[in-house]
Design a protein around this ligand. Structure first.
Ligand SMILES: C[S@@+](CC[C@H](N)C(=O)[O-])C[C@H]1O[C@@H](n2cnc3c(N)ncnc32)[C@H](O)[C@@H]1O
Length: 240
C-alpha cells in the first residue's frame, strides 16, 4: 500500500505558498538543473508547440521552461501564471532582451483562473500539481479542460512514485521532512487526469540523479471540454 504524504494545512493559503517560493528563488534553477531538467525537456517534446499557438504555463516559476516556450512560439500567445513575485522577477530577468514580445506573466493562483474558455492549444504544468494538497488536485485538473481548444493538450510533469530504493528514499523524505521538498510529494497524476475527464495519450517515467518524475500528456474528453471554470480575480499583471 502506498503511504500517503502529509501536506501542511497552511499549504492551502496563497500567502504561505508565495513566501515559501519567494525564499527559494535563488537555489531553484540549480535544483531544477540536476533533478527536473530532463523531465522539462520531455514535457517540451510532448507539448509539441508550433509557432502561432496559444500556450498557457501554470506555475511558470523562474521561467526556465517558459523561455523555451517563447522560443518555440515567438509569434503566438504565451502566458505564464505564477503565484510568487520573486519567481516572476527571475522570469522577467531571463526574458529581458527576448526578441519576441508575444508573452505575458500574470501573478495569480492556478486554483482560480479567470481565463477564456476554449482558447488554449496547450496548457503545461510542471512540478505544481505535486505541491497541491491531495484533495485539491482534481478540482484544478477539472478546471483545465474547458480552457483547452478542441484539439488542445494538457502536459503535466510531477514528482512520481518509483520502484527503486532511491525513489522510495525520495518518497520517504517527502513524507518525513516535507519542508525540505517545499511540500512536493509523489503523485499518480494519470489516474487523476482520467478522473478529471482527460484521456491520457502518453506517460514517461524519468529518473534524473535518482529523483523520480513522470511527464504525462492528455486531451480532454468531449464532455469535460464543455464544463465550467471558476470565475475569480487575478492579482497583479506583469508585462514585458
Ligand atoms: C517546484 S516550482 C516549479 C516551477 C516551474 N514550473 C518549473 O518546473 O521550473 C513550483 C512553482 O509553483 C508555484 N506555485 C505553487 N502553488 C501555486 C499556485 N497555487 N498557483 C500558482 N503558482 C503556484 C511556486 O511559486 C513555484 O514557482
Amino acid at each position: 500500500m502506498t503511504k500517503q504524504t502529509t501536506t501542511s494545512p497552511e499549504w492551502a493559503s496563497g500567502s504561505a505558498v508565495r513566501s515559501r517560493f519567494n525564499s527559494i528563488v535563488f537555489g531553484y534553477d540549480f535544483w531544477s538543473k540536476i533533478t527536473e531538467s530532463d523531465a522539462l525537456k520531455r514535457a517540451l517534446e510532448f507539448a509539441d508547440i508550433r509557432d502561432g499557438m496559444h500556450v498557457l504555463e501554470l506555475a511558470s516559476g523562474t521561467g526556465r521552461f517558459f523561455r523555451w516556450v517563447v522560443h518555440a512560439n515567438p509569434q503566438g500567445i504565451n502566458v505564464g501564471i505564477e503565484i510568487s513575485g520573486g519567481m516572476i522577477q527571475s522570469t522577467l530577468k531571463k526574458l529581458n532582451g527576448e526578441s519576441s514580445h508575444h508573452w505575458n506573466i500574470i501573478q495569480g493562483d492556478i486554483r482560480a483562473l479567470p481565463l477564456q474558455r476554449h482558447h488554449w492549444d496547450r496548457v503545461v504544468g510542471n512540478y505544481v500539481f505535486d505541491l497541491l494538497p491531495r484533495e485539491g488536485i482534481l478540482p484544478v485538473l477539472k478546471s483545465m479542460a474547458p480552457l483547452l481548444r478542441r484539439e488542445g493538450k494538457l502536459v503535466i510533469s510531477t514528482m512520481a512514485h518509483g520502484n527503486r530504493w532511491y525513489h522510495k528514499a525520495w518518497e520517504g523524505i517527502a513524507n518525513r521532512f516535507p519542508q525540505l521538498l517545499t511540500y512536493c510529494h509523489p503523485i499518480a497524476i494519470a489516474s487523476e487526469m482520467e478522473k478529471a475527464g482527460f484521456g491520457v495519450q502518453r506517460q514517461d517515467f524519468i529518473s534524473q540523479n535518482t529523483f523520480p518524475s513522470e511527464v504525462t500528456v492528455a486531451v480532454p474528453t468531449e464532455s469535460s471540454n464543455q464544463g465550467q471554470q471558476n470565475p475569480t480575480t487575478l492579482q497583479e499583471e506583469y508585462h514585458a
